[in-house]
Design a protein around this ligand. Sequence first.
Ligand SMILES: [Zn+2]
Length: 201
Amino acid sequence: MLIQVENLIAACFDPSEVETHHDFDPRRHPLLGRNGPDLSDPKTDLDLCVDLMVEYQDADATIAEVLLDQRVMRGIGNVFRCELLWTCELHPWAKVSSLNRDECRELVSIAAEMLQSRHMSHDRTLAVYGRHGKECERCTGQVRVTHHGEANRVLYWCADCQIRHAGTSSSRYVTEHDTPPGVHPAEFIYLSELERARKSG
Ligand SMILES: [Zn+2]
């Protein structure tokens, strides 16, 4: 693998792991904090993961953010995050501090079980991810896609049945940035950024 920047080429032979990041996001970078337990490993300590969630320092952090925080748990990617929140009927913007210990344990156990059983294999139909504008299979509401967090990741969810802890929604995120049905999320982000640049310029 080669990393090339101005005046410098760095070569790395046989890297055991390569990570790429679209945007700089300190929450996702394991070198900036201790790695949390890997939920895809059957020997992992789920209690430690529950402790890290219960003791999470940022009181305003949403559960959607914490699921991707590598210092709390590893193994959950963006697709899985959306599916997990839907499975647990959790509002994505619910504050992590609103979940009690039993609820954190339930979430972590379901995540570990799904990851370890390869429940999220390619042949499984996804409940929400990539399905914006389509009908939710649980409540017949409409699946939405919103952009969430520093890196503006897409977050698919059902506003009609993912209502657990909805009342504690962090004020940090609002849902006005939904991609309209029929528009590709990437196109929507691109056009929104263009619009913002035009307004500020
Ligand atoms: Zn639903």
